[in-house]
Design a protein around this ligand. Structure first.
Ligand code: BGP
Length: 458
């Protein structure tokens, strides 16, 4: 039996675009997802766009009760930028009413909210001006952040600026999965830099305003394991970590962009446009905590034909197909719980043991209906085993002194997921699309309730 610390946060995460629905109603203006779906629905799995998702816009009151029913004492969602500020400046009163009521409901039920500001949903009006490619996006984001702090500060104990900033950078500007789906390493670096500055200026607005609560950022962490101890493979692993993890983790926690990264980018003619005071703002605006989304590790090897200057990250490190890996055969991702212990140790040893939590971890399963029993309950023992194995490693890290204060799974109710639509199911509650978004508890929800209420992993 493993006992977790008192006050440990047990919960789940979702995002506004993946859970609210009503994506172009009630005064909300379109994000890139709404617009892209309108322009090219065929890109989306089974032509399913973000209009309805799991309809929490209407069902949040019952859903907060559902959280309570399974012992959750914490929950993350995001605020929709385009719902709150449809034109970037004017507050949508309907959005204020919605979020205040939703967040008050959580507070009433003693469920600690982590409110995130950006989960891949760039406003379309800003995208038309260049999105994260232009400096205007930094000011626009800081303005939005400040507006949110003013309007909801009394209801939000924990804020985060971005969810997985590397994802919108890579997917939008290198790999074609998010709008504008272009391939341009130099633009990707500029977009990354503006994202970092948007984060920094939002933290600055938070500190300057003296708002209550704590401030953090959520990063996707895939610890890198090189193919061998051969120096070229080790170097590939090091560069993958530098580009994917340290690029945001170092400035957010240590207040500086790694010098090595600045030099690397310079050598490869990728240096972004910066402003004079940027470094100073980064140094002065560190976060209070970090959220780590962990699904699978990154296995790398030295690239076969490195190009100079690099035109893609794969010129620095190539993927390596580790033969011993255990797979989630229902989603196609590697399962490697041990990495969570490594993350815990990295936070303790390299990042001053800053408070952190697992902000996403979970097992996606396609066609999950096949595991439904005669009573209608999904018997997701595979998911229970997945969480158990990860929690064991996390517990080991906590025992070794890592300052981890919580565990959120992805996700609470099965939700829509970008180009994948509703294919991969992750929730504690099954979402019945055929039946008016009805929610049905899965076996993992019952298991989680016991865990959260006893704080013990059996
Ligand atoms: C994370 C994102 C989530 C969610 C999750 C599951 O990277 O923060 O938004 O999408 O991954 O991903 P998928 O649905 O593609 O399996």
């Amino acid at each position: 039996m493993k006992q977790f610390p008192t006050n440990f946060l047990w919960g789940a995460a979702t995002s506004a675009p993946q859970s609210e629905g009503h994506s172009t109603q009630n005064g909300k203006s379109p994000s890139t997802w709404d617009k892209w779906f309108e322009l090219a629905p065929e890109k989306f799995n089974e032509n399913q766009g973000p209009e309805n998702t799991s309809n929490m816009y209407e069902m949040y009151r019952e859903d907060v009760q559902r959280m309570k029913d399974i012992g959750m004492n914490s929950f993350r969602t995001s605020i929709s930028w385009t719902r709150l500020l449809p034109d970037g400046k004017t507050v949508n009163e309907e959005a204020v009413r919605f979020y205040r009521d939703y967040f008050s409901e959580l507070k009433k039920q003693d469920i600690q909210l982590v409110a995130n500001l950006f989960h891949f949903d760039m406003p379309w009006w800003l995208m038309e001006k260049g999105g994260w490619e232009v400096r205007e996006s930094v000011d626009a984001f800081a303005y939005y952040a400040k507006t949110a702090f003013e309007l909801f500060g009394d209801l939000v104990p924990m804020w985060t600026t971005f969810n997985e900033p590397m994802v919108h950078i890579e997917c939008g500007y290198l790999y074609g999965y998010h709008y504008p789906a272009i391939v341009d390493f130099k633009k990707a670096v500029q977009v990354g830099y503006h994202t970092l500055m948007a984060h920094t200026m939002a933290v600055k607005a938070f500190k300057d305003g003296g708002y209550p609560g704590k401030m953090g950022i959520i990063l996707n962490v895939s610890p890198c394991y090189p193919r061998s101890q051969d120096s070229e493979d080790v170097k590939a692993g090091h560069l993958a970590d530098l580009l994917n993890t340290r690029s945001f983790l170092d400035p957010a926690v240590l207040g500086e962009i790694p010098n090595e990264l600045i030099e690397l980018v310079k050598d490869h003619h990728l240096t972004p446009v910066t402003e004079e005071l940027d470094q100073q703002w980064i140094a002065q605006n560190k976060v209070d905590f970090i959220g780590m989304n962990y699904y699978q590790p990154r296995r790398v090897q030295a690239p076969e034909n490195p190009q100079f200057p690099a035109s893609m990250p794969s010129d620095f490190y190539a993927p390596y197909d580790w033969p011993n890996k255990k797979m989630n055969i229902y989603r196609g991702w590697e399962i490697y719980p041990e990495a969570l212990y490594d993350v815990a140790m990295m936070m303790k040893e390299t990042y001053h043991n800053i408070p952190w939590f697992v902000s996403e971890n979970g097992m996606g399963v396609a066609d999950e209906e096949r595991f439904m029993d005669e009573t209608g309950m999904i018997q997701d023992d595979y998911r229970i085993e997945f969480m158990q194995d990860h929690l064991l490693q996390l517990h080991k890290g906590i025992e070794a002194g890592s300052n981890c204060f919580g565990y959120h799974t992805w996700t609470f109710i099965d939700c829509w997921s970008w180009l994948n639509g509703y294919r991969n199911r992750y929730g504690f509650y099954r979402l019945d699309l055929a039946n008016q978004y009805e929610r049905q508890l899965k076996k993992s929800g019952l298991w989680f309730k016991e865990l959260a209420l006893t704080q013990q992993l059996k």
